[in-house]
Design a protein around this ligand. Structure first.
Ligand code: GDP
Ligand code: MG
Length: 442
């Protein structure tokens, strides 16, 4: 598995501190093999690897993760990105009924998916109608009727008068029926063949032209592996579709087909089907698919934990400095500013402390270029000045400005800003404003 392979590569990476070109190349080779093993199509693998390499080269050294974890994180993020660029759900028509047509090979799971989708939509207060437009196989209609009963969704089946033997006529008349009977969604199950053939494509295209679907879903079995790409392309050319539904994800296929189809057709994957029961169905989640393709769920969880632990430790450190009896110094100010910048959203944790929101706002209002100047100013101060900024008089300000290549007015502004923050913190502490965060002293 990829997990094993990467673990081998990464054991030599561990502790190196940063990624060398050679590390990146070796790693890229392993990821390449792994993706191919997961049935991702070759051209897709090539492009994907190129992106990974580029990102790995540009990656900053992380404090939280070792190089091995860092690469896995990049691969995972890219996979999610590629898989999920435009995930979406059903787009309803302005005037009901919304017509959804299913297309795909025989055995891909269309009829099963029709039942699942009907139940899913009914659970969301829709009033779907299932339509049996597969008249190829003798028991296809019965199969849909059984599913409809279980999903408690009515099934429109061919009867004398509404197009026996003519799937196009069944589909067409079903839309009128739905309109008259207040069904807001119509789900049309169609016939498939074991392989792609012209007659099947023509019939699907005829149904399409008869009902002008709002959504055509291409239903594809995740187990068909490398063939998925050809089939997906054939249906795209022959019928066209708006989105993809992946079935049989409960099998042991790793799902590289998803990546290939998404990449080659540019169509979003909308649904994932994971079993024979009606409930085994959900919107497609790119993050789940990514960890499945990588086959590294555990590793990814570990990475998340490592990162979170690291970030929380930083935030706790910051919070205890702020809450301690020691006076807040310019060193603390600088450190906190850098940390808030680096941690980004997680520093929101701080905002849970009363009054902290204000300090955060003050720091957030400083833009990155200012931050560099502020850092330069503080670093040009003596330790005594940083600990006790009150001693920073006019001549000291001039010296600091010269030392940091800034203006005296900027030094003054910083000192004023700092006193503001210090005053605010003092008031908070006096007012007992620090009830303490969980796990923090006092
Ligand atoms: P269709 O020919 O495209 O209509 O495919 P069907 O809906 O008849 O499904 C073909 C077979 O695959 C049936 O035996 C289904 O029970 C099975 N099937 C469909 N979807 C899934 C799924 O997500 N997981 C599993 N394990 N089986 C599925
Ligand atoms: Mg069927």
């Amino acid at each position: 598995t990829l997990s094993d392979r990467l673990t081998t590569v990464f054991s030599s990476l561990r502790g190196k501190g940063r990624l060398s070109e050679e590390d990146i190349n070796t790693t890229a080779r392993e990821i390449r093999v792994a993706l191919l093993e997961a049935d991702v199509a070759l051209p897709v693998v090539r492009e994907f690897i190129a992106r990974i390499k580029e990102r790995a080269r540009g990656a900053e050294v992380s404090k939280a993760l070792n190089p091995a974890q860092q690469v896995i994180k990049i691969v995972n993020e890219e996979l999610i990105e590629v898989l999920g660029g435009e995930t979406r759900t059903i787009r309803f028509a302005k005037t009901p009924p919304t017509v959804i047509m299913l297309a795909g090979l025989q055995g891909s799971g269309k009829t099963t998916l029709a039942g699942k989708l009907a139940k899913w939509l009914a659970d969301q207060r829709n009033t779907p109608l299932l339509v049996a437009a597969d008249l190829q196989r003798p028991n296809a209609v019965t199969q849909l009727q059984v599913l409809g009963e279980r999903a408690k969704v009515p099934v429109y089946a061919p009867e004398p008068g509404n197009g026996v033997g003519d799937p196009v006529e069944v589909a067409r008349s079903s839309v009128d029926y739905a309109r008259r009977n207040n069904h807001n969604v119509v789900i049309i199950d169609t016939a498939g063949r074991l392989g792609v053939d012209e007659e099947m494509m023509r019939q699907a295209a005829d149904i399409r032209d008869a009902v002008s679907p709002d959504e055509i879903l291409f239903v594809v079995d995740a187990m068909i592996g490398q063939d998925a790409v050809n089939t997906a392309q054939a249906f795209l050319d022959g019928v066209g579709y708006d989105a993809v539904a992946l079935t049989k994800l409960d099998g042991d296929a790793r799902g590289g087909a998803a990546l290939s189809i998404r990449h080659i057709t540019g169509r979003p994957i909308m649904f994932a089907s994971t079993g024979e029961k009606l409930e085994d169905f959900d919107l497609f989640h790119p993050d789940r698919m990514a960890s499945r393709i990588l086959d590294m769920g555990d590793v990814l969880t570990l990475i998340e934990q490592a990162q979170r632990t690291f970030e929380e430790a930083e935030v706790q450190k910051m919070a205890s400095t702020l809450a301690s009896d020691e006076d807040f110094t310019l060193d603390d100010f600088l450190e906190q500013m850098m940390m808030i910048r680096r941690l980004g959203p997680i520093s929101n944790l701080l905002s849970m402390m009363p009054g902290m929101g204000q300090l955060r706002d003050q720091i957030d209002s400083i833009d990155d270029r200012d931050l560099d100047r502020i850092a330069a100013i503080i670093r040009s101060m003596t330790p005594a000045e940083r600990a006790n900024p009150k001693i920073i008089n006019g001549s000291r300000r001039l010296r600091i400005a010269n030392g940091s290549g800034t203006q005296v007015s900027e030094v003054s502004q910083l000192v004023t800003r700092f006193f503001g923050a210090q005053k605010m913190l003092r008031q908070l502490k006096q007012g007992g404003g620090f009830p303490g965060m969980p796990g923090l002293p006092g």
